[in-house]
Design a protein around this ligand. Structure first.
Ligand code: C2O
Ligand code: CU
Length: 472
């Protein structure tokens, strides 16, 4: 695979026409990723550049595009001042290729290299990022989109990736150095003050009247949950976390994406082209902001409403057998305003509970899964599962905070929320759990290996909300 060509092809409108040309990569499409210190014009318009860590010197890293059924070969050459790994978020692959330091591979030392190679059974929108000191490495700019083209995809005029990232910048546009501090770690994680689309604070996104756009949203933030509404437009959700869903309008018109989550939308640009249309993120009630404006490039309003959006074929995932599934309880705990501590206070045992909480926090063990706070990637597995067997996790968020829970290697069906079945089948690799919420997920355990299961608010992950599921 020719990387320079790839870089030219990423993102823009011109790209689609180019990669739609007959272009057949060799059996294993190869790319090189070089994480290294670099500079990025995040804000642009005269603001100083930001010192970042970046794959191939670009924030975000290059869009890696493959085709379903291809074999990817990715050579990672570490030019960072510290060890790293690359995790291919949401992909089904052999455990040894999963990029978890000390668990599935040795960290890639500065100057070292590691070759990742795996088949791509599933199409969809995925992404890649380090799994080493993630709260800092990801925040410094290491992330990129990983797109696997369907054999047959829904027909659109343009295919666009928006990798969304939230940064905490100083007034000089430098990345604030307070990574993983206890305040962030015990509350909502590191919320920033600057949100970028593909590494830039955007002023506008240009569209053409009447065109149909596939928009691949990736939330690469450490901690920011987003709820996006497209004023004047009616997006159709066609895939969640890469996996096709029955095309539908988002509930209450907003697309909710916790960190690491993705959504593929189809949007028809059929509004009156005479004014800008803001895209607004209103997840945090008091912190709504305009992400970008959709701006029509002249032309008349298209008279032709487009037809219904066609569903895409699902990925060849094993289907869990719910009748025979073994069930496990997963309980999330800890953090500020810990409901367990609150209950103890009401029942008179508050003093001990608070002392225990303080001690846990002092050790950086702020969050727990089934009562255990895990630091680092090597530890006793939370659960041991049998390969090929179906499992249901009954998860409960017994904390006062949101947690996007991510299971490596095994995409799962989300069955219910607070006991209510979902309106349609949806397969995810990361599920956002609201405070106090119960969520059931189901999956088939495979392949063999130790797979991480953690909160994708990276400050929570590093402060204990992490575990391993072993498949034998
Ligand atoms: Cu994207 Cu273990 O994570
Ligand atoms: Cu969390």
């Amino acid at each position: 695979m020719d990387l320079s060509r790839r870089q030219i092809l990423q993102g823009s409108g011109a790209a689609l026409a180019a990669w739609a040309l007959p272009y057949r990569p060799a059996a294993a499409a190869e790319v090189t990723l070089t994480p290294r210190p670099s500079r990025a014009a995040l804000i642009g318009s005269g603001a100083p550049d930001t010192e970042v860590w970046a794959y191939n010197g670009k924030v975000p890293g290059p869009v890696l595009r493959f085709r379903q059924g291809e074999r990817a070969r990715i050579v990672v050459e570490n030019r960072l001042p510290e060890p790293t790994t690359v995790h291919w978020h949401g992909l089904r692959l052999p455990n040894a290729m999963d990029g978890v330091p000390n668990l599935t591979q040795k960290p890639i030392e500065p100057g070292g290299r590691f070759v990742y190679e795996f088949d791509l059974p599933d199409a969809g929108t995925f992404w890649y990022h380090p799994h080493m000191r993630s709260a800092e490495q990801v925040e410094r700019g290491l992330s990129g989109a990983f797109i696997v083209e369907e054999r047959e995809s829904t027909a659109v005029d343009r295919d666009v990736v928006w990798l969304l990232d939230d940064w905490r910048l100083t007034p000089e546009a430098a990345i604030a150095g307070d990574f993983g501090n206890p305040m962030d770690a015990s509350h909502a994680g590191r919320l920033g003050n600057t949100v970028t689309i593909n590494g830039r604070v955007p002023a506008e996104f240009r569209v053409r009247a009447g065109e149909r756009v596939r928009l691949r949203l990736i939330n690469a933030s450490n901690a920011r949950v987003m709820a996006l509404a497209f004023e004047g437009h009616a997006p159709t959700v066609v895939a969640v976390d890469g996996h096709p869903v029955e095309p539908h309008a988002p509930e209450d018109g907003r697309i909710v994406l916790g960190p690491a989550m993705r959504a593929d939308l189809v949007i028809d640009m059929t509004a009156a082209p005479d004014r800008p249309y803001p895209v607004v993120d209103s997840f945090y009630a008091r912190g709504a902001y305009k992400l970008v404006d959709l701006v029509y490039e002249g032309g008349a309003r298209s008279a032709q409403p487009r037809g219904a959006v066609a569903a895409m074929a699902g990925n060849p995932l094993p289907r869990p057998d719910l009748g025979r599934a073994a069930r496990h309880r997963i309980e999330l705990g800890g953090g500020m305003m810990d409901p367990q501590v609150m209950r103890a206070m009401r029942e008179g045992g508050g003093r001990e509970a608070v002392a225990r909480m303080r001690e846990r926090m002092r050790q950086g063990r702020i969050w727990t899964i089934n009562g255990v706070a895990v630091l680092g990637h090597l530890h006793e597995p939370l659960l041991t599962l049998e390969r090929g067997r179906s499992y249901v996790f009954e998860m409960r968020n017994d904390t006062a905070w949101h947690h996007p829970m991510h299971l490596h290697g095994m995409p799962f069906a989300v069955l219910s929320r607070n006991g209510a079945a979902l309106p349609r089948r949806v397969v995810q690799d990361t599920v956002l759990m609201n405070p106090g919420e119960r969520v059931e997920i189901a999956f088939v355990a495979e392949p063999v290996g130790d797979w991480m299961f953690h909160c994708h608010i990276l400050e929570h992950q590093e402060a204990g909300m992490m575990g391993t599921v072993r498949v034998v």
